[in-house]
Design a protein around this ligand. Structure first.
Ligand SMILES: Nc1ncnc2c1ncn2[C@@H]1O[C@H](COP(=O)(O)OP(=O)(O)OP(=O)(O)O)[C@@H](O)[C@H]1O
Ligand SMILES: [Mg+2]
Length: 349
């Protein structure tokens, strides 16, 4: 089949040296930006977190001198981004998050200026007026009672204020643009993040369906924490440092609970994908088995892709699946895909 024009443009962008445009991934845990310098894609990232400290002139001066990002609201001072973690560690407390389940948190009152500051710090100023920036948005959640419009419009506003031309891209679609050029941008992209799992099925770069579920890494931490009576942050630390989903015998209590909830999460996602196939009114003819790309922080433990394949073999999708593989850079593929979309648009200007 002849390649569609849009696809050709995208392939050119992946190969080319075009430096225009930026891609931003606004996640529950990290905010990341990708831009191109020569052949190289450069990433900038900030932790999407904050920590409240006592507001005195003395503290404010110290923070000003050390270029720590912060905001002041009434009598409160909040350290925002990467440094919030160091402050939290120092006081032996937890950071808080401006985003919850993939979107601006409705319960954190100061979330808006924090997200604005973080977006600004990773994206920087445009290289020229109205530079195109694509930012990721989650798909509509199937299992939670909110939509993503408010979140999307708010982020768009922040980027416009910086003189960018902002456009949104679905998080799963970003993975497809970043990882599936060889397969004509046909296949499925899955991002297992902190607040959400995002899924997009694409045919020749066009999304067929996309959705999110509001269960992911944070949910695993909470469930395991309740099951074994450990703090969620300790569970998360074990999960991030040493979990091996290939390991069969000799599991600690926490490892065994993590394994159970990973199984549940993967089953839940695959069942929801099957439901989307059932709901879809028109489905393109997939002539070859499709590839599935796994990405996101929650997909990082050893053995994750094997576990996913085992469960997929058991539950099965209604179309043939070829390779199931990890994204090249699982924590960066959404930002990179957003950059591909931005560069493609810039090249048409
Ligand atoms: N090595 C690791 N092993 C297991 N889990 C990890 C690892 N590193 C990070 N995580 C988990 O990944 C999640 C964060 O993933 P990611 O950075 O992809 O999220 P995000 O894009 O910020 O969030 P979202 O897409 O849900 O809005 C957290 O739950 C974190 O505990
Ligand atoms: Mg994400």
């Amino acid at each position: 089949m002849k390649k569609a024009k849009k696809e050709k443009d995208l392939v050119q962008v992946l190969k080319g040296k075009l430096e225009k445009g930026k891609g931003v991934d606004i996640g529950t845990m990290f905010v990341k930006c990708a831009h191109k310098k020569g052949d190289e894609v450069i990433f900038k990232s900030q932790r999407n977190a904050f920590f409240e400290v006592e507001h005195t002139d003395f503290t404010k001066n110290i923070l000003d001198n050390s270029k720590v990002k912060y905001i002041i609201k009434q009598d409160k001072l909040y350290v925002v981004g990467d440094e919030s973690l160091q402050f939290a560690n120092m006081f032996n407390k937890e950071t808080r998050r401006p985003l919850s389940r993939g979107v601006i948190s409705p319960t954190e009152k100061e979330a808006l200026p924090m997200v604005e500051l973080l977006v600004k710090s990773v994206v920087g100023m445009p290289n020229y007026k109205e530079e195109i920036v694509y930012f990721s948005v989650p798909g509509e959640p199937l299992d939670a009672n909110f939509n993503v419009l408010y979140h999307m419009k708010t982020i768009e506003g922040f980027l416009k204020a910086l003189n960018y031309t902002p456009k949104s891209i679905n998080e799963g679609h970003g993975i497809i643009l970043s990882e599936l050029a060889e397969e004509d941008f046909t296949g499925m992209g899955l991002s297992f993040g902190g607040g959400m799992v995002n899924v997009c099925l694409s045919y020749m770069s066009v999304p067929v369906f996309k959705f999110s579920v509001a269960k992911a890494g944070d949910w695993i931490d909470q469930q395991v924490s309740m099951a074994v009576d450990e703090t969620a942050s300790r569970v998360s630390a074990i999960k991030e440092s040493s979990l091996d989903l290939n390991k069969e015998g000799n599991l600690s209590k926490v490892e065994s609970a993590l394994s159970i909830y990973y199984n549940h999460l993967i089953e839940y996602v695959i069942e929801n994908i099957k439901d989307e196939f059932d709901k879809a009114r028109r489905m393109p003819q997939f002539t070859k088995p499709i590839s599935i790309i796994l990405s996101g922080g929650t997909s990082l433990p050893k053995g994750f892709s094997n576990r996913f394949k085992e469960i997929l073999d058991r539950l099965k999708l209604p179309i043939p699946v070829g390779a199931v593989r990890m994204a090249g850079q699982p924590l960066r593929s959404v930002a990179k895909g957003a950059l591909v979309a931005a560069s493609a648009d810039e090249s048409k200007k």
